[in-house]
Design a protein around this ligand. Structure first.
Ligand code: PMP
Length: 422
């Protein structure tokens, strides 16, 4: 029996028939096992984008039919994303370019002198945006070795802060290195108990798991279309409207400005928009936004329960097989039993990770990622080493998959690892 047939089949994605050359001169279909970097587009997303393309027009600008159609599509996409995320009535969905863009937008909108708390284990997109303002103080929290410890560490840090003044916690839902799930609901409860707010980096969680902003009780959620099977350059920041509404617009320009006049002294006076438009200056990426909405619908209709179940079977299978190979060490922060999505990083004794990834590509047509995955402090914790201690080549291999991964790709990957590191 195929390893996951009992649960469900993969969803159709683009690129399943792409042939790639191998070092021996033969060709093989590409096995995309780098979903955590960018996932292939769902066929359904592509079909919806292609169906819309002839009707493309400028959003929020023109009176012409196609312009109005595009505007309607853009605003309907906002509603679809809000539904997908279980947004509360007052929440706002702002379209951005990516998770990085979303978190930078929020960082710029923090009230004066916000205290920010972030675990050192975060992706750089969640780690770095906060420290760029002189008035904002960032506290990096130590890497926890269990989900419960994460909550304790956060509780202690929040209890030690001056309770007056705004505070924000930023946390990932699923690690882009270990795939491990973080205790978001518990962290949100801890944040709120101490008068802080919390933003969830759902870049790796949303493609694999339902993300419900109300149920998790987080204040904001950020994710990227290209990891959610909609690789068309758009992202989302959804959540509370107040801080964003009081902040300077992320970009100054058309769309974000309601009224611009020169006063008697020749100075320019601007009234900025309220709502999401305040932070969406310029002509928006209507195709990217439409693609995100199409992906949200496709995932919802496919049924997340079945998708999660199937992926769990794949993860368990890969981890169990890798555990049997004495030269392979799978990286984990929370240990064996921790729930995780389809993201697994490992090192292979006797192999440089970059060379191992190249061997998977050249010998088997498998695309994975190697390196530090934009999470340098985390990889250092996981490997227990500094780059200098290993000749500057501190790195690992990451295999990642999702709703479009056929069993054959997993089988090919496991065969390749067995052959390369018997
Ligand atoms: N957070 C996490 C957990 C990620 O994995 C990534 C992408 N690797 C990001 C944030 C940044 O996403 P993007 O590059 O789409 O902005």
């Amino acid at each position: 029996m195929p390893l996951s047939a009992a649960v469900s089949a993969p969803l159709p994605v683009l690129g399943r028939d792409v042939l790639v050359p191998l070092a021996d001169g033969s060709e093989v279909t590409y096995a995309a096992l780098d979903y955590a970097a960018s996932a292939p587009a769902l066929q359904r997303v592509w079909d919806e984008v292609a169906a819309y393309a002839p009707y493309y027009g400028s959003v929020h600008r023109g009176a012409g039919y196609l312009s109005r159609l595009s505007t309607e599509l853009f605003e309907n996409s906002r509603r679809t994303v809000a539904e997908f995320l279980g947004c509360r009535p007052d929440d706002q969905v702002v379209f951005t370019r990516s998770t990085t863009d979303s978190l930078n937008l929020l960082a710029g909108a923090l009230p004066w002198r916000t205290r920010v708390f972030v675990f050192e284990t975060e992706h750089h997109a969640a780690l770095l945006p906060w420290g760029r303002r002189d008035d904002v103080r960032v506290t990096w929290l130590d890497a926890p070795r269990a989900p419960g410890e994460a909550v304790d560490i956060l509780e202690r840090a929040l209890a030690a802060r001056d309770p007056h003044g705004p505070a924000l916690v930023c946390v990932t839902g699923a690690s882009n290195v270990t795939g491990e799930l973080w205790p978001v609901r518990e962290l949100a409860a801890a944040a709120h108990a101490h008068g802080a707010r919390i933003v969830l980096d759902a870049a790796q969680l949303a493609p694999h798991h339902p993300v419900d902003i109300s149920e998790l009780d987080v204040d904001w959620v950020a994710f990227s279309g290209h990891k959610l099977y909609a690789p068309f350059g758009a992202g989302v920041l959804a959540g509370r409207a107040d801080w964003l509404g009081e902040a300077e617009p992320y970009l100054a320009g058309g769309g974000a400005s309601r009224r611009v006049v020169r006063d008697g002294r020749g100075l320019v006076r601007v009234e900025w928009q309220e709502g999401a438009a305040r932070h969406e200056a310029g002509s928006p990426n209507v195709i990217g936004v439409h693609a995100i909405a199409a992906a949200c619908k496709a995932l919802t209709e496919a049924g997340f329960d079945a998708l999660v179940e199937r992926e769990r079977a794949l993860v368990d299978r890969v981890r169990a097989e890798l555990a049997e190979l004495p030269r392979v060490r799978v990286l984990s922060l929370f240990g064996e039993g921790a729930p995780r999505v389809g993201v697994i990083s490992f090192v292979v004794e006797g192999w440089d990770s970059g060379r191992f990834a190249a061997a998977l590509s050249e010998g088997y047509g498998i695309g994975v990622r190697d390196g530090l995955f934009c999470a340098h402090p985390l990889v250092r914790v996981l490997l227990g080493r500094e780059p200098e201690e290993c000749g500057g080549s501190l790195n690992a291999v990451r295999v990642s998959f999702g709703v479009g991964t056929p069993d054959e790709h997993i089988e090919r990957f496991l065969r390749a690892v067995r052959e390369l590191a018997p």
